[in-house]
Ligand binder design. Structure first.
Ligand code: ZN
Ligand code: ZN
Length: 261
């Protein structure tokens, strides 16, 4: 009997006692299913939706005092000899307390149902900017950032996979959950310098050989829960471009502000 089966069975029993639809996806307070994104009033008001200035390259929120078009990280990298491999990034919200609680509940709180709700948030974000029809024409395939298989086995799911599935079914886009493989777990990036980050992530991902024809010439949208240093997204974009992808964008639920480790 493996642990993911126990987790799944345990969740089914819990769902009967505490139907997940009734609980705010951030604070866990009882609410009702009619709420937008299943957030209670307080959490909805506490969301840091990105409606204002954002980085033209990675989409993270820019402060009012920041005069540039791009965040500090992107302006340094784009002017360097090794510009970032992705084309453009999008995010729904800044990374504050409410967003953090939603991500924690999805990743560590045995709440896979939150993945589909975040898929809806991601879809609304993109459809509001490009229109539903425009969005459907922008990409050939949607892919989640993969989790290491040991973590996936422990949780019973890959959270980014559930988000990507929820997003692509609403967008009418093709989705592929296993073209990218995570070869090894990486240590958290927080506190690492730029070179240590690169060493930490380099070679951590690969592409499944049988998926190479799918990637060649394709416009790909990567999905993840949070965008912080950008090292993971950049490394995956690099291997996808090396495999012949014509465009790689990403879409995250939350993005940390500028100059955050
Ligand atoms: Zn709440
Ligand atoms: Zn940026």
């Amino acid at each position: 009997m493996n642990s993911s089966w126990i987790l799944k069975f345990g969740n089914e029993v819990l769902d009967l006692v505490y139907p997940p639809g009734l609980y705010c996806i951030s604070c866990g307070k009882i609410t009702d299913d009619s709420r937008t994104y299943r957030l209670c009033n307080d959490c909805m008001q506490g969301m840091n939706w990105i409606t204002d200035r954002r980085c033209a390259k990675c989409g993270r929120p820019l402060s009012q005092n920041d005069p540039g078009e791009m965040c500090f990280r992107c302006s340094v990298r784009e002017a360097s000899e090794s510009p970032q491999s992705f084309d453009k990034g999008h995010a729904c919200a800044g990374y504050g307390a409410v967003e953090q609680a939603v991500i924690f509940a999805l990743k560590y709180g045995s709440r896979p149902d939150i993945g589909d709700t975040l898929g809806e948030v991601l879809y609304d974000r993109m459809a509001s900017e490009y229109g539903a029809g425009g969005l459907a024409r922008m990409y050939d395939i949607v892919m989640p950032v993969p989790t290491h298989r040991e973590k996936k086995a422990k949780r019973g799911y890959n959270h980014a996979d559930l988000m990507a599935k929820g997003f692509s079914k609403r967008a009418g886009l093709r989705y592929d959950p296993d073209a990218i493989i995570r070869l090894r777990a990486t240590v958290p990036m927080k506190g690492l310098g730029p070179e240590e980050r690169m060493a930490n992530i380099h070679g951590a991902f690969d592409i499944r050989a049988r998926k190479l024809p799918l990637i060649e010439g394709s416009r790909i949208l990567l999905i993840d829960d949070i965008f912080t240093t950008g090292a993971t997204i950049d490394e995956i974009s690099r291997i996808l471009k090396d495999a012949g992808a014509s465009r790689v964008d990403f879409l995250a639920f939350a993005a940390a502000g500028d100059m955050v480790n």
